[in-house]
Design a binder for this molecule. Structure first.
Ligand code: BJW
Ligand code: ZN
Length: 306
């Protein structure tokens, strides 16, 4: 196995040397290198919400999920809908039902990312973009992460497909604003603790973050893409363009179970373009890819891009 992995890397390095346009798809595993918890780790849980995946049959056919992929999706049950899904926290319905609870969750996540620094992976990707640019080659980062770490590391060409924890959007006027305040409002100060026995703060809606545009005062929400919401169509068009253009693709630190992002890599692979996965584990999409480098991406990725 060791030998196979060594030869894989030298093959990958040949593809890397030839590539003109590189697309790097990243997920929570990249931010894990900076100490941000992933979504679907064994211990990732906020109060009673677990990030397991539960699929119903209609959804499977909507997304062309192969029966052969089912076991790797780790489906423990076919009960649908199951209790306490993250969809009950990160969804538009949850936000309108209980904006205080959802804001507590996002306040917790904002505070978590605010003091994190880019990792060796973020830096290697940014450095690679700058170096290749001088050779007339391009690197684009297509990220599912909602933190700001790629940009902080110096990456210039970043498509954030699931929004940002550090932006708000007004429910009334639609204004999107960068917001790195800690805490985001007085009422959320020291709220959002993740412990299983912590009860909801039940903050009145007028004490939650409000729009500061003139005369608006609308309720703000985190500018992230909740489950069941469509991705920004302008960003998605750019992603499609990059997927068409790239002649090498890396899929780094993502479980490849959240759609549509989960099909970006396989779609590129279907064109015959080399795709390399960097992950601690195999994923439901590993078999579609030419290369799989197992281990923490902070160790595997920098030498691959050097
Ligand atoms: C390391 C590492 C290290 C760790 N080094 N590696 C049924 C089937 C198919 C689809 C659906 C379905 N039911 C509903 C849907 C649609 C839904 C979906 O895909 N659901 C799935 C759960 C099945 N998708 C949507 O709703 C999307 N919209 C959409 O499709 O609109 C049209 C439509 C709607 C409804 C029905 C039908 C069509 C929108 C998705 C938005 C996702 N938003 C979130 C939350 C954002 C807000 C927030 O911040 O809370 O975005 S979900 C969450 O998951 C977050 C992430 O960006 C996303 C992806 O997670 P990621 O990055 O892959 O993280 P993890 O934790 O899952 O994985 C980490 C990986 O790293 C692991 O593999 C580790 O091994 C690895 N790792 N450490 C290397 N050091
Ligand atoms: Zn407003």
């Amino acid at each position: 196995l060791f030998l196979i992995r060594l030869s894989d890397m030298s093959e990958f390095r040949k593809a890397f040397a030839k590539a003109k346009n590189i697309a790097i798809i990243t997920g929570a595993g990249v931010s894990a290198e900076s100490g941000v918890p992933t979504f679907r780790g064994e211990h990732e849980k906020w109060r009673k919400w677990h990030s397991q995946v539960h699929l119903n049959k209609e959804a499977m056919s909507d997304y062309n999920i192969l029966p052969s992929e089912l076991h790797s999706l780790n489906l423990s049950t076919w009960i649908y809908p199951p209790p306490s899904l993250p969809q009950d926290l990160a969804s538009p319905e949850a936000f309108s039902r209980n904006p205080s609870r959802v804001w507590e969750f996002y306040h917790y996540r904002r505070e978590l990312v605010l003091d994190k620094k880019p990792s060796a992976v973020h830096l290697a990707i940014a450095e690679c973009e700058a170096r290749l640019k001088k050779q007339g080659r391009s690197v684009v980062v297509i990220t599912q992460c909602q933190d700001d770490l790629h940009r902080q590391a110096g990456s210039k060409h970043v498509l954030k497909i699931h929004g940002s924890l550090l932006e708000t959007r007004c429910m009334s006027c639609g204004q999107v604003t960068v917001n790195k305040q800690s805490p985001i409002c007085a009422a959320l100060k020291s709220k959002g603790a993740p412990g299983a026995n912590v009860s909801d703060a039940q903050i009145p809606v007028d004490k939650l973050p409000r729009c500061e545009e003139r005369d608006c005062r609308g309720l703000l929400r985190p500018n992230v893409v909740f489950f069941g919401e469509t991705l920004d169509s302008h960003i998605l068009t750019n992603v499609e363009k990059e997927m068409e253009l790239c002649d090498l693709c890396l899929v780094v630190g993502t479980s490849s179970i959240v759609y549509p992002a989960a099909m970006f890599g396989p779609r590129v692979a279907a064109r015959g373009v080399p795709v390399a996965e960097f992950n601690m584990n195999t994923t439901p999409k590993t078999e579609y890819f030419m290369y799989h480098f197992q281990g923490p991406c902070g160790t595997t990725l920098p030498p691959a891009l050097a």
